[in-house]
Design a protein around this ligand. Sequence first.
Ligand code: CP
Length: 325
Amino acid sequence: MRLIQRTLIHRTNGSDLSSSSRDFLAIEGLVLSDLRALLDRAERLLPAAVGDAPADERLRGRVVANLFFEDSTRTRVSFEIAAKRLGAEVVNLGASGSSTSKGETLVDTARNIEAMGVDAIVVRTSISGGAALVARNVACPVINAGDGRHEHPTQALLDVLALKLRFGDLAGKRVAIVGDIANSRVARSATHALVALGAHVVAVGPPALVPEGFEDLARGAGSITISHNLDPILNEVDAIMMLRVQTERAAGGGIAPDYRSTYGLTETRKNRLKAGVAILHPGPVNRGVEIDDSVAEDPADSLILAQVSCGVAARMAVLLRALDR
Ligand code: CP
């Protein structure tokens, strides 16, 4: 009844419903205490997330809809596992096999799924701002699973959680984010989170892939600098996050033939990093382009699969924030 009333209100007003505080749309604007609470909760949930502790059934009887209109391996599957570890049921919808192929809009799709009585919507879309657009048009909580070039906030939570497990407090830590910053929602969300937590971000990439003014992106106790040269900063950073060149978003292009030699984390460059450095990559990895095989597989320093494990815990924390009231 509550849903029907809300739907009717929406239809008769003809205006957007206000976005709920249970939405999780971006790291930008998230209050620091909320960010810290999510990280603490995710850390506590980690054993249950990876199956080392009994599942937590707090969301039994709830239904989470995964609307993924861009391809995904890690985010979609980990949201599904996270929901199931919490006892919720999950429905999955993608671009292929849904009526979006007949021209149905993102908002219409979300409103129809909500009308079936789901409790939360997780959305991935190529539209920057698409998650907020959905949130303005449905009454249930909406979680951004990556919207265009805008943000990928649960990725930032898992990145920061993986770093916290390695370093503890991140205040004062120097984190390089290397590669296609311009097209990367991962870089934007991670930068907001890291700066909020007092870390120093070095955004590294060719001028065409680092947006002008990126150093002013985020607010917090940390800071941002830009470098167009990877080699001089290698021995200065505590962590290095390599990004995939997002050819699907680039206006014209493929990967420059000299990309690996100028911006790739090769074995040679790996040997010039500090001892104990943390190596991150959000995936999917283009091995031999932005990172060498041996570096991605480094048993001591690569956190790439630890990030993926942290992703389940981070998404459990976000689902509980949305639904456990
Ligand atoms: N990191 C990330 O978003 O990976 P997927 O595209 O596989 O979800």
